[in-house]
Design a protein around this ligand. Structure first.
Ligand SMILES: Nc1ncnc2c1ncn2[C@@H]1O[C@H](COP(=O)(O)OP(=O)(O)O)[C@@H](O)[C@H]1O
Ligand SMILES: [Mg+2]
Length: 216
């Protein structure tokens, strides 16, 4: 079982959004369990609005996570995708130490970058694999490979020593509209650009996770 933790110390970075959209893509690759560790329960509300039976979701606090993960492994779950709250470093470090890979959404701009330092330091001390993904970036114009905001963010992250995945997740209304109706973007707008970016992100993330030792 591969465990993908989505973490960022900053609220609003896009953790729950990415967890929801990536989970349905993960589910096509293998049995997927979403684990909502955020007391706010955004992902649980999404699951509640969802008609499709999968992916399954369970809520868990720090104490319950080890048991949830070992049950999932016994039940043949291939991908556990964990959504986490901001501002709870002891919970995040428990989760990070059990994750195959921690994915950190970072919005272009100074505030998310400030918060990345703490997550990065935690990953270093736990020797936990981590990868940043730039989220809610300005959409690319035709022929453009990278906007200046994204290039700057990527440069700062790289200078901090943070691995950054290629590409970006753009700011697109379909990513939130899909969630309102309990869908993921690939279900809501299968041929849209937001879907293409999310599929590319899942491909990169899952390929990376497969090269890493399994955990939990
Ligand atoms: N790429 C994106 N495009 C459009 N809206 C986004 C994007 N990422 C996040 N959002 C919106 O930003 C807000 C915060 O995202 P959320 O996933 O709840 O963050 P977090 O879980 O990190 O607190 C939500 O309203 C969500 O719909
Ligand atoms: Mg959230």
């Amino acid at each position: 079982m591969h465990v993908i933790l989505i973490a960022a110390q900053k609220g609003g970075a896009g953790k729950s959004t990415l967890a929801a959209h990536l989970s349905t893509l993960a589910d096509r690759d293998g049995k997927t369990l979403l684990i909502d560790t955020d007391p706010q329960g955004s992902l649980s509300s999404w699951r509640g609005r969802r008609e499709a039976p999968t992916p399954h979701l369970t809520r868990a606090n720090a104490q319950a996570v080890p048991e949830v993960l070992s049950t999932a492994r016994r039940e043949g779950v291939a991908w556990a995708v964990i959504d986490s709250p901001p501002h709870n470093s002891s919970l995040i470090s428990t989760l990070m130490s059990r994750a195959t890979l921690t994915l950190v959404p970072v919005r272009p701009g100074p505030f998310d970058l400030d918060a990345v330092g703490a997550t990065l330091a935690m990953a270093r001390s736990l020797k936990a694999p981590i990868a940043c993904i730039i989220n809610a970036a300005p959409p690319l114009m035709r022929g453009e490979r990278q906007t200046s905001a994204v290039a700057e963010t990527r440069a700062v992250l790289t200078s901090l020593g943070a691995p950054v995945l290629p590409g970006q997740v753009s700011q697109r209304a379909s990513l939130s509209h899909a969630l309102i109706s309990g869908q993921s973007v690939d279900e809501y707008d299968p041929h849209g650009r937001a879907t293409a970016e999310m599929v590319a992100l899942w491909q990169t993330t899952s390929e990376l996770a497969r090269t890493l030792p399994r955990h939990a």
